[in-house]
Design a protein around this ligand. Sequence first.
Ligand code: UT7
Length: 335
Amino acid sequence: MKAGILGIGDALPPRVVTNDDLVAQLDTSDEWIVRRTGIRERRWLAADETLADLAASACSAALEDAGTAASDVDQVIVATITPDQLTPGLAPAVAAKLGAESAAVVDINAACTGFLYGLDHAAALVESGRARNVLVVGAEALSRITDHDDRATAVLFGDGAAAALVGPITEGLGIAGFEFGHDASLAGLLFAEREERKLRMAGQEVYRHAVARMTEATERLLARSGVQAQDVDLFVAHQANARIITAVADALGIPHERVSFNVEWTANTSAASIPLGLAAAQRDGLLKPGALVGMVAFGAGFVWGAGLTSWKDQAALSSASGEARTSITTTRSRQ
Ligand code: UT7
């Protein structure tokens, strides 16, 4: 049995924080932030909002997109580094809010690569027959672990959640495979200490490693899968910096019009960034059933990974026209 993505959904907090809002408090400028990162705005949770509610909204949207009831969900996997409390994790509350009463629940932490690990685990559960419908949600409240007085990091991070429903498919490639790697010797370049609870990053060094590792991982995965870079219909790299995404796409030879650049509106949302990019692309009509999607992430650990999946093959099967792989023209999106 193969596993595939059946539905996608996202949720962003209502509060928009623009670059100009930050200029009022920091020695920075809209010009610098846009030129060095591509970021124009980000969303932040309010003090009385919970990440569990945001994650549950994203999951509801994914279930609605798939036409699946919450009662049919067998497992909820939440990828996050910022749960509302140290313990419990988010997954029990998310399942309860959804009404997924009989679901197994688990949080995983692989920083920015968390959503790809969640997809891999979900596909394994479905393919082995241990579960039928698995929700994977990347959810982050990075504003809660940001040093808002440090201009080097304060402008970079945002909050958000996005979810994919993974289930069995009868036709198509499905969730094809992953290439994961890690290097703990460089953990000191990107971390948050338990006591301080603030993200600290050696930006330039992380940048260099991010480009190299994401490029290598994607190259290995494509070679192993017998796929050429030009066959990829949409490439969704971790949305940390538009310059990093561009550098990786250029190294791989993927044209920019097939690359997601959602970072402009979300900033860096760690585990939520790839599914937010997928949801935005579908909303913009850029991800048609049957499309081939490449994904790649890099973050704290260092932990990185690349993944390859086809998009909603079941929907392609049931569509009257049978049209698949519609070409992608642009991937900029604002929710
Ligand atoms: O999600 C996990 C993975 N994370 C990443 O992949 C992020 C990787 N790193 C980056 O994206 C970039 O390194 C940053 C966006 C963090 C920084 O961009 P950069 O081009 O590497 O800038 P820099 O750190 O080399 O700083 C260049 C200059 C410095 O000034 P001087 O020393 O040249 O006078 C900084 O002090 O820019 C200054 N600077 C700023 N200026 C205005 C740093 N932050 C700001 C700011 N506004 N917000």
